[in-house]
Ligand binder design. Sequence first.
Ligand code: SF4
Length: 463
Amino acid sequence: MNVYDTSFMIRELSRLNYEETTILENSDLVIVNTCTIRDKAEQKAFSFLGRLSRMKKKKPELIIGVGGCVAQQEGKKVLKRAPLVDIVFGTHAVGRLSKLVQQFEFTRRPIVDVKMATEIIENQFEEENIPIEGFTEEAVTGFVTIMRGCDNYCTYCVVPYVRGRETSRRPENIVSEIKSLVKKGLREVTLLGQNVNSYGLKGGKCSFPELLQKINNIDGLQRIRFATSHPKDLSDELIFALRDLEKLCNHMHLPVQSGSNNILEKMNRKYSRELYLKKVDKLRTACPDIAITTDIITGFPGETESDFQQTLDLIKTVEFDSLFGFIYSDRPNAIATDFSDKISEKEKKNRLNQILDLQKKYSKKKNMAMIGKTELILVEGLSKMQKKGDMRNGSKDFQWSGRTSTNKIVNFVMEECSSCNNNIKGKMVEVIIEKAFSHSLWGKTKENENLYHCVKGEKDNAA
Ligand code: SF4
């Protein structure tokens, strides 16, 4: 979601003729878009602000802005901890960024634009009518936020306090934003929300599966993904949409957080281990090859060894394609911060390592099972190694990177083509998987893949 908000800020700032730079020292304006989901992320943000403050001492005209959840949570206190910051803007104020920057350029006085979470109400999507024209990024894949905030109040989470109550964007605005991005080259969209499964349930908008149907009808768009789904709200309609909509990718990220009913209840997750497993079964019955991934928190207050063993057991039962593991940390306002029976840092890390080690086996197993299969890949660009100039086998072939419908990264080689210079970014290419690693796959294109990277007519003429 922060990546999306950042791209929104870039669009906002391009109205004032600001351009992105990759060289920090060249900047006239730096916006730090922060995250407060874990303590470590917040510490990193303040440490980076310290670096920017040292830069500003040498270059006083530099403007420093802080947005995102730390800004929302800390408000004016950001200026106490980092006095050289010029603009602090909350999660609701992204759409006003260009106005705030203009105001600061005019007054040179610090600005704090942070509403209390309780004030963030239905109209927070002021930004949604910003035209995309003028936005120069030409990405093959991109994010579009369909809703903000959350009403679930999981006891470890700050989102309802920093992002406000759940609100959904109007479907016509979402569709129109995606159509504009498709005109600029977007081929795969990831729809974002804290809990996309409850999209539209408040305020009479269409349901999430209905929204998916509308997006599935957009010409030129090849793939649709979404994140994140709350297991309690995963409906049969959504499972049928996964089965039936051809552009919807074969992947479900379904955060379980714990395999113990005792901990799930303390987390206020509102589902049981049994219900979660039932939904996984339904998903696999409807879509047998679907990739299922999850999030797990280790060391939630009061998590006993027996609770933890139940989480390990759930991982073994489901055999996830991959998982994100997190160490529990107290966050301001989150209810669990006041819970007793805190787990030591050492034990939290120990449990996280056990989870990651166990998952590695299943990720590798799932990837190994793909060897020899032909996968349709959306090419996102050159592989990281190609960009670094570090080529496997020392060959001159081009190395490309993309993802399967199940969200697995595939790097592959394609012979150099003098006709089209292998410009296959954004194309769908069939790749035979040859090798499997824990986090990626390696393959080669089929013999007839020239059809994909050359316009066929040009090839024929050349012949
Ligand atoms: S569903 Fe729970 S974890 Fe997810 S954003 Fe809402 S409160 Fe946080």
